[in-house]
Design a protein around this ligand. Structure first.
Ligand SMILES: Nc1ncnc2c1ncn2[C@@H]1O[C@H](COP(=O)(O)OP(=O)(O)O)[C@@H](O)[C@H]1O
Ligand SMILES: [Mg+2]
Length: 253
């Protein structure tokens, strides 16, 4: 679909799409994000990989400006977050389904389009077509299967064609065929110029990302390509590579 492709990313200082600068988020005593700094160049898929509770969702919420940092700051396309206007350039698929069960498929997508100020009626149809839900437009979201709800969730995150996308565990509970389709969508969006951050607590899709950031206890413990991290750790798989980097940090601490 020609008109479902994202707008090309606007240039950011130093060609940085997403910046984390000393990000810290405390919940009481707990440092859910414990000093994360990185620059992510545009036009790539980045995988945030780490076990449950390692801080992936909190990091994404900081980067999108959904929660305020205890320390440090985040920038998206050169704009310091939180910034309401900048949300027009950001898509965010939350963990779990952020869709309204009492609204139809079409109404859900229209709600998000309206929230983002998208006037173009074709945008809703294009987003639904991309996830192959155009023929379910009048179905109540509450009657969809789990996989269909994930697809609707993705359509809602894409409806305003954002150049930067955050997808929090988008393929959890999604069947293998749909997973392949999702990754196909992600790759075509990036080929069209978008920047995607996708989180996961499993390593099995990691090699579909251009670059990986291993997250543990609120920190980035390693960054690189799948092959690069395996080589650096001297391990055949990413699970063992993760343990290698996690152990090294403890020795160094
Ligand atoms: N609103 C909150 N209040 C208190 N603790 C929280 C809150 N959100 C997350 N946490 C805690 O912060 C840590 C990181 O959580 P989260 O970012 O959801 O990790 P992940 O997405 O990697 O599973 C966990 O220990 C979690 O219990
Ligand atoms: Mg999470």
């Amino acid at each position: 679909m020609m008109n479902s492709s994202p707008r090309p990313p606007e240039p950011a200082p130093g060609d940085v799409a997403i910046r984390a600068a000393g990000l810290v988020k405390h919940f009481g005593e707990l440092a859910a994000v414990d000093g994360i700094t990185f620059d992510l160049a545009p036009g790539r898929i980045y995988g945030l990989l780490g076990p449950n509770g390692s801080g992936k969702t909190t990091l994404i919420r900081l980067l999108t400006g959904m929660t305020r940092a205890t320390g440090g700051h985040a920038e998206v396309l050169g704009v310091r977050m939180p910034d309401r206007a900048n949300l027009a350039r950001i898509g965010y698929m939350t963990q779990g389904d952020g869709v309204y069960p009492a609204l139809t498929v079409g109404e859900n997508a229209e709600f998000f389009a309206a929230a983002y100020g998208v006037a173009d009626r074709g945008a809703v149809q294009a987003a639904l077509a991309l996830v192959e839900l155009a023929d379910r437009r009048t179905a109540l979201a509450g009657t969809l299967s789990g996989g269909q709800r994930r697809r609707l969730s993705l359509a809602c995150a894409l409806v305003h064609r954002p150049p930067v996308l955050f997808l929090d565990e988008p393929t959890v509970g999604v069947d293998p065929l749909l997973r392949v389709q999702f990754w196909g969508h992600f790759r075509s969006l990036v080929d069209a110029g978008a920047t995607i951050v996708v989180s996961s607590h499993v390593m099995d899709e990691a090699d579909r990302c251009d670059e990986l950031l291993f997250i543990r206890a609120g920190r980035v413990i390693a960054r690189g390509s799948g092959d690069g991290l395996r080589a650096e750790a001297g391990t055949p798989d990413l699970e063992t590579a993760f343990l290698h980097f996690a152990g090294e940090r403890e020795v160094a601490a």
